[in-house]
Design a protein around this ligand. Structure first.
Ligand SMILES: [Zn+2]
Ligand SMILES: [Zn+2]
Ligand SMILES: [Zn+2]
Length: 159
């Protein structure tokens, strides 16, 4: 089993627990949707999710996918990311305060934390505000896409 698959089974277990908490039965369509969400290696739009689910089972409609997505979001297992291209979601099992960085090329998302997270609160105090909480999200290029950007056979920097 690869690391990704272990992550997937943990995600599946947590998502099934969220169904239980809402008193929802573990039907096959719901299981299919959860498996697709767990297998998403990147952030996704509701349309992408619906398309991937339909590839596994064309009988599962958009409404069922959306309902389950909102349930997972309510349970804190899926987060909505800010995106210039509309609605974007990511599976996120982190419970501690954290931030997301999203790849502008492939949509892969990673979490990170700031060494000095209190600096954000101090910065807003300088303009006279008291911070209640903050959301900080970064857009960039992931390691895999950076690798692809580099022309093959050429070293990164001249010797
Ligand atoms: Zn998160
Ligand atoms: Zn990428
Ligand atoms: Zn923070």
């Amino acid at each position: 089993m690869t690391e990704g698959q272990i992550g997937e089974s943990v995600a599946l277990r947590l998502m099934e627990r969220a169904l239980d908490a809402q008193g929802l039965r573990h039907t096959l369509p719901r299981r299919t949707i959860l498996e697709v969400v767990a297998g998403m290696g990147h952030s996704f739009t509701p349309t992408e999710l619906t398309e991937q689910v339909a590839r596994r089972d064309p009988h599962i409609g958009r409404a069922s996918v959306f309902r389950l997505l909102q349930l997972l979001r309510g349970a804190g297992l899926v987060e909505r990311l800010h995106s210039p291209d509309g609605e974007l979601y990511t599976l996120c099992l982190a419970t501690e305060h954290h931030h997301h960085v999203t790849c502008t090329v492939c949509g892969r998302t990673a979490t990170f934390s700031l060494e000095d997270d209190d600096a954000v609160g101090r910065a807003v105090e300088r303009v006279g505000y008291r911070m209640d909480h903050h959301v900080l999200q970064v857009f960039g290029v992931c390691p895999a896409c950076l690798q692809r950007e580099r022309p093959p056979g050429r070293p990164e920097a001249p010797q």
